[in-house]
Write a protein that binds this ligand. Sequence first.
Ligand code: MRU
Length: 308
Amino acid sequence: MRMLPPFKLEGDVLLVLDQRVLPKRVIYRRARDAFSTARIVKKMVVRGAPMISIVAAYGLYLQSLRNPKRMWEGWSALKNSRPTAVNLHNVLREVKPLIEGGAQPPEFLEFARYVEGREREINERMAEIGLGFFKGPSTVLTYCNTGMWATPYPGTALGVIRRAFGEGFVKKVFVPETAPYMQGARLTAYELRLEGIPYSVVPDNHTGFLMERGMVDIVVVGADRITRDAYVFNKIGTLTIALAAKRFGVPFVVVAPSTTFSDEEFSEKIPVEKREDLPREDYEYYAFDITPPDLITAIVSERGVWKP
Ligand code: MRU
């Protein structure tokens, strides 16, 4: 087992780790401009709210190298690739002045490196703050994948869990499979095993039972969008976990960078992604659900702890 970089910039090509086939196969897909970057984001080659935004920033750099006349078209292709996770949309808003000003490739590269470095620093800081929720050796339940491929190492929720393990506060981690992409069973399990953190993968339908049995001391999850009034959009299934956590008195902690926050209040107009790449024609599959503030014990960002 090894640490695999989520992407590698090699000259004018971005090699992006195909997270759909990990850990069985290690394949890097090529992105050559913003359009091919948008395609691999849409297809879930790369996923995880912060990582999508980082890769998009590099995609715009490639676009500036290859065909700067089509910057806005490339920007729009990225904008349409995944609607819910807000980091992408925040970064696309941030980069606008560069495109408007006709910036040159080195400036886009600098921007992409800045976006990447910022997330890395934030994650280190959140790991430190999140540690405060661990009072003694605990069994943790997390969800989906919030580690080194969803965002820079050490991750958001997984960064907190790693840090807590390092301090002797994690006895074990329960990892729901996260169907149908199995980000938990494939990615989170890989990362925990890599670092010797004890864990069990469980089918998604086990979470309520585990809490009812008193087998979970704390839930720590990530987020893809957090509204001004503390509604948390995260991988579908999170809401069910939060409901059970409330019912059985288990702290429910969300860990997400400020780049996952959006200015708007919750509204049903916020797009919730519905996937088209279904395992079978008779399936219907949403990518995210929304956890309301009254189910949330705390939201940890690099700015501190918010108790909604
Ligand atoms: O559909 P995905 O895999 O891009 O889902 C996003 C996630 O990885 C999770 O929802 C995660 O908790 C937030 S991203 C660190």
